[in-house]
Design a protein around this ligand. Structure first.
Ligand SMILES: Cc1cc2nc3c(=O)[nH]c(=O)nc-3n(C[C@H](O)[C@H](O)[C@H](O)COP(=O)(O)OP(=O)(O)OC[C@H]3O[C@@H](n4cnc5c(N)ncnc54)[C@H](O)[C@@H]3O)c2cc1C
Length: 544
């Protein structure tokens, strides 16, 4: 009995060593130094005690770690909104999670891409609400906005100039519940008065968001976060991903894999079918899709930020818009500290982005940002009281490829709404309008009610231990233009992470996870699956 107890204790300690070593290899940064010191302290304790079982285990796990071989329950690849939701949900349910992110922080498009705003919309009641509550503890990290001026509603009797796009301003009187109210029963949702009264989103500080995501994952005690580590390739057979190869030379095996790379990179590497461009209307019987397939994808934006202050006039920057007839309008969000976040609509058309490739597109967009900023300064005196303080390090990419899953969400789902959909496996709600930026949607205006996203949209066709939880999930091009919002992505991740825990508990493959069990688990985690919102969920959200 005593030998067994000693063995168990040493096994736990050995697992800690493995975690320490793997984090050190994965991070390769200053923060790993502290962990290595902790590792050597543990090692000295064991040597002092001279435990044979401990030594044996230590040699085994350290050998594996140094050889670059790791195991876990769930490997989440990509630490953006979807990946964060997936890793947190699985780790909170006790699974051993590794989250692999190629960038130097978490949050993806919503932090490094400068999309520092959660758009208004239903859904967003599970992990996003927990995240909001944590952010609120940090001064000026998050606010709630109300619509301000808009080019389309310019009123010369009240405004000195036509705003160069749309503006949102921080509204301290608003609460989280207000941000979930895109669908309320009466009113003209396209009118400016309605928008000012009812449309409220959440701007946030990207650094605070990335740190809070990390702290929440660390608090579970079950998630290893490997930053600056990229997915390189995958090994799969018989409908299962076996392992993935990472840029730090290591190999990661897992029971389940969740592709949250935004681009479906893991899925493509293992041979899943992918869609790009616009599908023809015949493929999913979408009423407003084009007759023939097109190569059009949603535009990309390089977001920038201005702060109150003066800067010298940028004499050498061209004032003419060389890539379009005129400078694009912009969505300009006030941030809680008074800075403005500027989101050109868009900086580059999706087709041009796909042709140029990421690096060339980023370099070209950096030039366009400077030109756009100079244009704004010339356009209105108000902007001359600001200076350019930040250009997002990553391009804001709205759409690349989407993976064909067990079900493909399409325009018919969006138009039918929750009351008209017959799917038994809905795992989150959404209601954003079809918002294509590249101008290829004929459907304009708001949807009439929220719609649901089925669990099958996360299951790449033919795969048994792989899910895709990000903007590359199984959506038609038109559905993706509505569904891609950050909070929706977090909720897709939350469903994916929860599904992996159920699959482990029931010892079944991911497509066989009972969807009634999955939906019950999500309801327990305060995910909204009904519309209108149940009273109990509303009272949970009132306690912010
Ligand atoms: C310009 C723009 C404006 C938008 N405006 C809004 C808005 O106002 N409100 C809103 O709610 N939504 C908005 N959206 C949509 C929303 O921000 C995105 O759709 C959402 O953030 C995507 O989340 P994701 O998890 O799918 O992908 P991402 O956030 O892009 O995450 C993917 C992650 O995977 C990582 N990754 C990629 N390749 C690898 C690899 N090989 N190895 C390891 N990691 C890898 C990336 O570094 C990244 O961190 C906007 C999007 C854009 C582009």
């Amino acid at each position: 009995m005593r030998v067994f107890r000693t063995f168990l204790l040493e096994a736990l300690r050995a697992q800690h060593w493995l975690v320490t070593l793997s984090e050190a290899k994965g991070l390769c940064r200053w923060e790993s130094l502290g962990k290595l010191l902790r590792f050597f302290a543990s090692l000295r304790m064991t040597i002092n005690r001279g435990s044979v079982s401990g030594w044996a285990l230590f040699v085994a796990v350290a050998g594996a770690a140094l050889a670059g071989e790791y195991d876990c329950d769930v490997a989440v690849i990509g630490g953006g909104s979807g990946g964060f939701g997936a890793a947190l949900a699985a780790a909170r349910l006790g699974l051993d999670v590794v989250l692999v992110e190629k960038g130097d922080c978490l949050g993806g498009t919503s932090t490094r891409g400068g999309v520092n705003c959660w758009e208004i919309g239903c859904g967003g009641t599970g992990i996003p609400f927990d995240l909001y509550k944590e952010l609120k503890k940090i001064p000026k990290a998050v606010g709630i906005y109300t619509f301000g001026r808009h080019a389309g509603t310019f009123d010369p009797s009240r405004e000195s100039f036509r705003y160069p796009g749309g503006e949102t301003v921080i509204d301290p009187g608003r609460r989280y519940l207000d941000t979930l109210r895109r669908h309320i029963p009466r009113g003209d949702k396209n009118s400016p008065e309605y928008r000012r009264a009812h449309f409220h989103g959440l701007p946030f500080e990207p650094e605070a968001m990335a740190k809070t995501m990390r702290a929440m994952l660390d608090a579970t005690g079950h998630c290893r976060v490997w930053l600056n580590t990229a997915f390189v390739s995958a090994e799969a057979n018989d409908g299962r991903v076996r392992s993935i190869q990472l840029s730090n030379g290591s190999r990661l095996r897992a029971r389940h894999f969740i592709d949250s790379t935004g681009d479906g990179l893991v899925c493509v590497a293992v041979g899943c079918e992918a869609m790009t461009g616009q599908e023809p209307c015949g493929r999913f019987n979408e009423p407003t899709a084009p007759t023939n397939a097109t190569a059009r994808v949603n535009g990309v934006t390089l977001i920038y930020r201005i702060t109150p202050g003066k800067e010298p006039a940028a004499e050498n920057t061209p004032v003419k818009c060389w890539w379009a007839g005129r400078f694009p309008s912009a969505q300009i969000n006030h941030l809680p500290n008074g800075d403005l976040n500027i989101n050109m609509l868009p900086t580059m058309e999706g087709k041009e982005f796909m042709q140029l490739g990421y690096d060339a597109a980023l370099a070209e967009c950096q030039k366009r940002v400077r030109a756009h900023w100079r244009y704004l300064q010339n356009y209105a005196e108000e902007f001359r009281r600001f200076r350019l303080v930040w250009i997002a390090p990553a391009l804001g990419v709205r759409e690349t490829r989407r993976i064909v899953g067990e079900y493909v969400l399409n325009e018919n789902d969006l138009l039918a709404g929750l009351s008209g959909q017959k799917h038994p496996d809905i795992i989150c709600l959404a209601d954003h309008m079809m918002d294509t930026h590249g101008g290829h949607s004929k459907h304009r205006g708001e949807l009439t009610e929220p719609y649901g996203v089925p669990y099958r949209c996360l299951i790449p066709k033919g795969f048994r231990n792989l899910l895709v939880a990000c903007r590359a999930s199984s959506f038609s091009s038109l559905a993706a233009s509505s569904c891609r919002l950050s909070r929706t992505m977090i909720q897709l991740g939350q469903a994916a992470g929860t599904a992996t825990a159920l699959a482990k508990e029931l010892n079944v493959d991911l497509p066989a996870v009972p969807t009634d069990r999955l939906r019950s688990a999500l309801r327990e985690q305060h995910v909204q699956l009904e519309h209108p919102m149940p009273a109990a969920l509303r009272s949970h959200l009132e306690r912010e």
